[in-house]
Each structure stands twice: as C-alpha cells, then as structure tokens.
Design a protein around this ligand. Structure first.
Ligand SMILES: [Zn+2]
Length: 103
C-alpha cells in the first residue's frame, strides 16, 4: 500500500481506509514526531501538529510502515513508539527501500 501511495497510484485516505486507521493531529513535545497504537480494531496515528508539512508527511509514512509491517500486533495494544528502537529502524528502512524501488 505504501508503495502505491508513494507512486501516486492511490491517496493517503485510501491507505488509511484500507488499514482502518485514523489520523489525529495533536500538539506533542517537539522531540516527538508522532506515534501509533491499536485500539478496538482501529489504528490511531497521532501526528505532532507543530511539525512542518514535509515532516508531517514523513511521519505519517513512518507510522503507516509500522502498520504495514504488522509491528503493532507483536506488542499488543501498547503504545510503543517511544521505547522500542528496533522497530523504529525497521520502519524507516522499509520506507527507504520502497523509495529506492520506485526511483
Ligand atoms: Zn515509529
């Protein structure tokens, strides 16, 4: 899905609908770009509204990668953005890999 999004074949709303995800903009501490958690069958993606447009887009992609890579099931319902570094790496690598594929 993220690949099609980056290729411009589908839009952000399509991806959100497909994953049953909702996007919420909130004022967060400046060091936090965003996070994602799974609650009652819905993925909630929280994005720091203080970020620039570009950084918001990048953060949304990053959080979508967590969903696409199924990383949230592995840690149950916990919010995990803040404390599991291993997944942070994987999500970013995944986006980079897709970007290289479509260049
Ligand atoms: Zn993350």
């Amino acid at each position: 899905m993220i690949k099609q999004l980056l290729e411009g074949v589908i839009g952000q709303e399509d991806v959100l609908n497909n994953y049953n995800a909702t996007l919420i903009y909130k004022e967060l501490p400046i060091e936090v770009n965003g996070f994602v958690f799974y609650y009652h069958g819905i993925y909630c993606i929280i994005i720091n509204k203080l970020l620039s447009y570009y950084k918001k887009k990048k953060t949304i992609l990053h959080e979508l990668a967590h969903i696409e890579l199924n990383q949230l099931c592995q840690v149950n319902k916990d919010m995990f953005e803040f404390y599991i570094d291993k997944y942070e790496d994987e999500a970013n690598k995944y986006i980079k890999k897709i970007l290289n594929e479509i260049k």
